[in-house]
Design a binder for this molecule. Structure first.
Ligand code: ADP
Ligand code: UDP
Length: 241
């Protein structure tokens, strides 16, 4: 499958058409942004790592019964996916207080929750991805009641699976962001990516951050952290393929 015309260039990926109107090629870049594009930089090798990690995780989630957009890895940075109409919600699942949650509610980062939380942001760069509730999403026509209920159920199931996956590799999954999309038959599938750009991944022993927070917060060792978390993933990857 060959890349056709460039349909969209985002902050972290390029999206290309293919010969098949139902398929797209996503191409992962090394570009990194934070704070709604205010902070920009490059994380050498990130595109290769995020492509690989996202594909390993999506393939595994499929095996565990989660429908995803994943079709086939085409190269180091390129993956064939099912074209979806993105539901314009960023779905954030949290197991531990961190980031905007810790800041907004004035709690210490690192406090583990008894049960996970879910929240939605309106995926809209111009508005700065504002937080919104289910009623807001409904009246704005972003998703139907049935879709919202399904998206929540899938997100909690994905959380259970990913938490266990990372626990086995000595990593705490603090929080992460998911995006869902609609296929032509209106069924909902997991789309976009699951990577250190979209998850908070902490070493379970030391608490060391192995994700994009190293870039956001200028903690140094950004490339090393991406390589380290990829190493953890590959450590036990045999059997996942
Ligand atoms: P952003 O748009 O936030 O800058 P990216 O650089 O990651 O993000 O761009 C990828 C874009 O492709 C995102 O807008 C994402 O919602 C969209 N996308 C992800 N998976 C699919 C898919 N299977 N079909 C259509 N669009 C997708
Ligand atoms: N996240 C993301 N894209 C966004 C916002 C958040 O992938 O546009 C991820 C982020 O990596 C973290 C989780 O969602 O794993 C929760 O992020 P939070 O709301 O704490 O926001 P942040 O601190 O990144 O502003």
């Amino acid at each position: 499958m060959e890349k056709g015309s460039l349909l969209y260039e985002g902050k972290a990926k390029k999206v290309y058409a293919t010969d098949d109107p139902e398929l797209l090629i996503v191409s992962y870049k090394d570009d990194a942004t934070a704070f709604n594009g205010l902070k920009r930089g490059t994380i050498e090798g990130k595109g290769v790592i995020n492509n690989r990690m996202s594909n390993v995780l999506m393939r595994w989630l499929e095996k565990e019964g989660i429908p995803t957009h994943f079709v086939k890895e085409l190269g180091d940075r390129d993956t064939l996916v099912k074209k979806v109409q993105i539901v314009p919600l960023e779905v954030i699942v949290r197991n531990v207080a961190a980031g905007s949650f810790a800041k907004r509610y004035g709690v210490e980062e690192g406090i583990a929750f008894e049960s996970p939380t879910v929240e939605f942001s309106y995926k809209n760069d111009a508005l700065g991805d504002p937080l919104l509730n289910e009623y807001h999403a409904l009246v704005l026509g972003l998703a139907s009641r049935e879709e919202i209920d399904l998206i929540k159920a899938l997100s909690f199931r994905i959380n259970d699976l990913l938490k266990a996956f990372w626990r086995e590799r000595g990593v705490t999954l603090a929080d992460f962001k998911l995006e869902f999309g609609r296929l032509p038959d209106n069924s909902v599938v997991l789309a976009d990516e699951i990577s250190p750009d979209t998850c908070r991944l902490w070493d379970s022993e030391t608490g060391k951050k192995l994700d994009k927070d190293r870039f956001r917060r200028d903690l140094g060792g950004v490339e090393e952290a991406y390589r380290e978390i990829m190493g953890r993933l590959e450590q036990q990857e045999t059997g996942l393929k």
